[in-house]
Design a protein around this ligand. Structure first.
Ligand code: FPP
Ligand code: FPP
Ligand code: MG
Ligand code: MG
Length: 377
């Protein structure tokens, strides 16, 4: 009833927009420094799943035929958006930009077969979302001392920590300029909050267990998961609908969908860390325990095996802790319970998005949500 029957290839719906993503980001990242260009573009050259921009583009289409409070198409915004972001250009008076630099066909609204539309601002949002995600990966691989990403050496492994961190900062900075160019304060606030949430989530993870707080350890873990993973996709989904001029109700649907989807993704990731091989995953597995992290499978196992408590508290730092914890997780229902929790978030995401009017884009979002639970990487 929900998915409209046959499989819809999302790439058919938004493939063209997605194809230009990397090229457009490269333009946004252009700087006067060749090494900075190389390091900040490094993760865009490898094959990420580009799942966030895909979702932002599909959400843009899906909400474009939903109720609107205003018409969002403002041709003058599209011009401002495409002006150069390089420091040299920005140090000049903004109003003196030569508009001749702008390739106006580059960013014209794209019409799908159904007549639903993706606005240039929404396409730019998809790029900004991927840039923020990539910045967080650059920083994350330094924090996690990770040597590989997407089956290749990590940026820090190749260029060192200093350059990896600075490249991440640069990505955030350019994403912020591009965001300001969308001239939408609500969208700026949403994405700026995402950046804060990513840092908050990472801090919650460093702490692992809440100090003198009232939240249960599991609630704290879910809050952390929202901050580090779900916030970006949830607020990006909301921003896409805001840019499209959708009603408050539609914006809430977009947000709630992204939130449940993001939570389901991270729960699945935390589960896969216990069950797949590094080669399938494209990054180190069994990493979480070694990093001292107690994720859902461990927290569930703890309910069955109280002896896990001290190990969690000392972040698996004593000899044999990691192996013992892993063993107890396998003996417990922790992995299965995590799968069930992820499934319930997927189910709720599907119920939420099903409130939007029927369209290929909406059905593609539903099908994508159904696939979260069966992914292996
Ligand atoms: C890196 O992102 C991994 C994580 C942030 C943890 C788990 C999250 C996901 C697997 C995807 C989350 C998706 C949504 C819609 C919130 P990644 O696996 O997307 O990395 P990639 O850019 O290399 O594909
Ligand atoms: C991947 O998680 C990382 C994140 C989801 C976010 C990391 C956030 C920061 C490092 C905060 C600073 C970021 C910015 C943008 C200022 P993971 O380590 O669980 O996944 P992995 O296995 O893909 O490395
Ligand atoms: Mg990591
Ligand atoms: Mg990490």
């Amino acid at each position: 009833k929900h998915n409209g029957g046959s499989y819809i290839d999302p790439v058919k719906l938004v493939g063209k927009d997605l194809l230009n993503l990397t090229k457009n980001i490269e333009v946004l990242l252009g700087s006067g420094h060749p090494v900075l260009n190389t390091v900040s573009n490094y993760y865009f050259a490898s094959e990420g799943k580009r799942i966030r921009p895909l979702i932002v583009l599909l959400m843009s289409q899906a909400t474009s035929i939903a109720p609107k409070k205003c018409d969002a198409v403002h041709a003058d915004f599209f011009q401002i958006m495409d002006q150069p972001l390089s420091s040299k250009a920005l140090n000049k008076n903004i109003s003196s930009f030569p508009t001749s630099d702008v390739d106006s066909t580059f960013y014209s609204p794209s019409l799908s077969p159904e007549g639903v539309i993706i606005l240039p601002t929404q396409r730019r949002l998809a790029e900004i979302t991927e840039m923020i995600h990539t910045a967080s990966l650059l920083h994350d691989d330094v924090i996690d001392v990770s040597e590989s990403r997407r089956n290749l050496p990590s940026a820090n492994a190749n260029y060192g920590n200093k350059m990896a961190i600075l490249a991440g900062d640069f990505l955030l900075a350019r994403a912020s300029v591009a965001l300001a160019r969308l001239r939408n304060p609500e969208v700026i606030e949403l994405l700026a909050t995402v950046i804060a949430n990513l840092v908050e989530g990472e801090f919650m993870q460093l702490q692992n267990i809440q100090e003198n707080g009232t939240m249960s350890t599991f609630d704290y873990y879910m809050e952390k998961t929202y901050m580090k993973t779900a916030s970006l996709i949830a607020k990006s989904c909301r921003a896409a609908s805001v840019l499209g001029g959708a009603t408050a109700e539609v914006c809430d649907i977009a947000y709630a969908y992204g939130r449940d989807l993001g939570l389901a993704f991270q729960l699945t990731d935390d589960m896969l860390d216990f069950i797949v091989t590094a080669n399938d995953f494209g990054k180190p597995v069994g990493a979480d325990l070694k990093l001292g992290l107690a994720t859902a499978p461990v927290l569930y196992a703890w309910e069955e095996h109280p002896e896990l408590g001290p190990l969690i508290n000392r972040k698996f730092s004593q000899k044999g802790d990691v192996e013992k914890a892993r063993e107890l997780v396998y003996q417990s229902g922790g992995i299965e319970k995590t799968r069930i929790l992820a499934a319930s978030h997927c189910q709720r995401a599907i119920e939420t998005i099903s409130q939007l009017p029927e369209s290929d884009a909406r059905n593609a979002l539903i099908q994508l949500t159904q696939k979260v639970l069966t992914r292996k990487k």
